[in-house]
Design a protein around this ligand. Structure first.
Ligand code: NAD
Ligand code: MG
Length: 391
């Protein structure tokens, strides 16, 4: 029996993971499931899968969780520390599918106990790439990418020498506004931004797809995971979202990974790695699809891409600052306190502000310093959003 924990089990990736696991109940032993405020879902899945423990991130939800689990034999716990304790329980495979920097510490706890970490939470590598890779190496733990582009690239690289890789191309759908006239973007609403042309995902990553902050995070994630220099990582707009990544080798060969826009492929690949198993995803009919199209992403429409380049060139703790500022800008956009295009202005202003605080941005990469940089960036972002003049 393979011991499995799912961090962020109630979310979009978490539910797709459970969909796969629930099909093979005899193969898996569920250790921990974690969630947020959706206690009914968390408790139902924990009971159905026979988890040892269910954890909500929120202390004030503990009573509800206890009540929902009464008589089931599933333990209940709450709060950020309980999340890390659950992630530290011995398991063979842990899905990291919490959204945001909140996923970093539970992910580290899973790595420290030597579990294979299936990493959907891209913020982990953006904020703390070198630290996370070192911790994994120290514990002898494996990290497997679950972000579809990174899973695709990982599959294209199987059996290849990464040193021979000339370029890695991450595809991007372009999100909800790819065909909108630029002047309309100033008035885009959170509801409009949260409609993805191809993928069904959580609200936050869907809005990040419209702004391409998602792709900006993914470029940094790819650099940290594959160890490639930034100038070898490209972004290609591909509206059909059927090619997820391409890897260009030194001899000119370009390997593409195609698959349906269904996260169960990347999750299932990580679940069965290094083998492949049959998965319940649609098979592509290329004759039916007919044509695949590509465009260069437009820097004016997607300023987040240049910000990612700036972060990679800057180094230090700028990744943690970039991600935290983006999270606060996204919170403000969702709350209708910030226009869509001003999210990038906010992040740019925070990156500038950080340059005046070398003690923060150039601090050694320890967990404590990353959490400090994250907190400072949120503070700077809040200040910028509050004092913007053009609201
Ligand atoms: P989601 O919003 O649907 O789910 C997030 C999960 O995290 C939920 O279980 C929620 O309860 C939990 N959570 C939220 N805030 C938390 C906090 N502060 N502390 C602890 N738990 C918290 O998100 P999602 O779309 O499933 O994305 C999860 C992660 O996977 C993100 O990092 C995202 O970028 C990445 N990802 C998602 C997809 C996708 O298809 N949805 C694809 C690639 C990568
Ligand atoms: Mg992705």
């Amino acid at each position: 029996m393979r011991r499995i924990s799912i961090l962020g089990a109630t979310g979009s990736v978490g539910q797709s993971t459970i969909d796969l696991i629930a099909r093979e109940p005899d193969r898996f032993d569920i250790v921990a499931l974690t969630g947020g405020r959706n206690i009914a879902r968390l408790a139902e899945d924990a009971k159905r899968l026979g988890a040892a423990v269910a954890v909500t991130a929120h202390d004030e939800c503990l009573d509800d969780l206890r009540e929902a689990l009464t008589g089931s034999g599933v333990e209940a716990a709450a709060g950020p520390r309980a999340l890390c304790e659950a992630a530290a329980r011995p398991a063979d495979w842990v899905m990291s599918a919490i959204v945001g920097a909140a996923g970093l510490e539970p992910g580290l706890a899973a790595l420290d106990q030597g579990a294979t970490l299936a990493l959907a939470n891209k913020e982990t590598l953006v904020a703390a790439g070198p630290l996370v890779m070192n911790r994994a190496a120290r514990a002898g733990a494996t990290i497997l990418p679950v972000d579809s582009e990174h899973s695709a690239a990982f599959q294209c690289l199987a059996g290849e020498d990464p040193a021979q890789v000339e370029r890695l191309i991450l595809t991007a759908s372009g999100g909800a506004f790819r065909d909108w006239p630029l002047e309309r973007l100033a008035h885009a609403t959170p509801e409009q931004a949260a409609t993805h042309p191809n993928w069904a995902m959580g609200q936050r990553i869907t809005i990040d797809s419209a702004s391409m902050f998602n792709k900006a995070l993914e470029v940094i994630e790819a650099r940290e995971f594959f160890g490639l220099p930034p100038d070898r990582i490209e972004v290609l707009l591909h509206p059909e979202s059927l090619i997820h990544a391409l890897v260009g080798h030194a001899d000119g060969a370009l390997m593409a990974h195609l698959g349906p826009a269904d996260m169960r492929h990347a999750i299932g690949y990580a679940l069965n790695w290094p083998e492949r198993a049959e998965l319940p995803v649609a098979r592509l009919d290329l004759a039916e699809i007919g044509a695949l199209t590509f465009r260069r992403p437009d820097a004016e429409r997607y300023p987040a891409l240049d910000l990612a380049r700036q972060v990679m060139a800057r180094g230090g703790l700028s990744g943690a600052i970039f991600n935290a500022a983006k999270e606060r800008a996204l919170d403000a956009f969702i709350a209708c306190r910030l226009p869509f295009m001003a999210m990038a202005d906010t992040v740019a202003a925070v990156l500038d502000r950080a340059e005046a605080d070398a003690a923060t941005i150039d601090a050694e990469m320890t967990l404590e310093n990353i959490l400090h940089a994250d907190a400072m960036a949120r503070h700077w972002a809040d200040g910028y959003i509050l004092h913007r003049t053009d609201r």
